[in-house]
Design a protein around this ligand. Sequence first.
Ligand code: CTP
Length: 404
Amino acid sequence: MSSNKNILLCVTGGIAVFKAAALTSQIRQAGYEVKVMMTKSAMEFVTPLTFQTLSRNPVYHDTFDEKDPSGVAHIDLADWADLVVIAPATANSIGKLANGIADDMISTTLLATTAPIMIAPAMNVHMYEHPAVFSNMEKLADFGCRFIEPGEGLLACGYVGKGRLAEPVEILEAISAFFKEADHQVLLNKHVLITAGPTREHIDPVRFFSNRSTGKMGYALAEAAASLGAKVTLVSGPSVLKPPFGVEVIPVETAEEMFEAVMAHYADADLVIKSAAVADYRPKLTYDSKVKKSGGDLSVEMERTKDILKELGRYKTRQILVGFAAETDDVERYAKDKLERKNLDLIVANDVSQKGSGFEGDTNQVFIYGKDGYERKSALVSKKQVAEMVLEESLRFMKGLNKG
Ligand code: CTP
């Protein structure tokens, strides 16, 4: 079996190096091309000859040992790799990568590569739990590195806890899953514009009208679209959620700001998903200073905001337009009405009066209606699964396909 995929295995120093030898053999047997790079300390545990024999390739460890005058080894290897795996990854190697230090062949290559990096840490349990190591790992996760969690058990240092290098078979599974995912980059070169969260419509500097939306659905959509290879712009109302990796976030507060941001990116978008809960009304007057209470009641006169989705529907050219509808009754009728009125391709409706569906939670049950008459009802599933479903249906429209 041949997969034509190149894996650069970076072996850093720790007792788990012996497992990296088994991993090298398994990677090769699985049909991948593998080249191994070692740190000096890794070579204290197992010799390069072992890795050379198992990988059937030369082993690299010295930045200045340039055997081939036609190239620069660490740059060539950085470019050659489709995936870089660091296993075992010591606290030191994690720390160096997180902080941009390049003082040996592995750390230099890791900075020079644009290939995705997968990290399998292995260290003493207290080191693994140290805030410095934790924050380095968080930083690397933010840079887009993937982690293969260490196992728990008796560690070579005598402690029992988390820190044991994942088993070679688990690392191989993660590698296969990665390439499988990479082969599914069906939204590569597509621009997906997503709105998420609530809007805030201010009365004065300390008060506003808003709603219960948290942004979870929109952020899940953004993450799912990015993992399918799309360029994602997420126009987000106020939310405490962490922006998904690789997604451009444009923070907004009011419906008017959301309108401006969405319109600025509309012409370039291939797919627009409007999951934000936009306020339909805003106070007619916004006071510059805090409104003081008086003895009597207070009435706030409200005016309509722009219906962003309707405007998008009006000016639609090639874009696929997906709207959301949060209803409490007669879901199908209201949703289909919005689908038509706003010139959408798809509408995702949910009955927010149902338990587990709608605002704040991690789950949702949705009804998807297409302008071609297609209907799909989901079970009560995670918002991530709903996001995948919505993207699957959107893709069908983008390809101009109809489901039989
Ligand atoms: N939407 C929008 N701009 C608004 C209001 C809503 O773009 N000012 C979008 C939402 O992002 C969502 C869809 O429209 O995709 C919801 O449709 P809407 O008819 O506004 O739903 P409701 O607010 O529930 O309206 P209604 O009171 O008509 O049920």
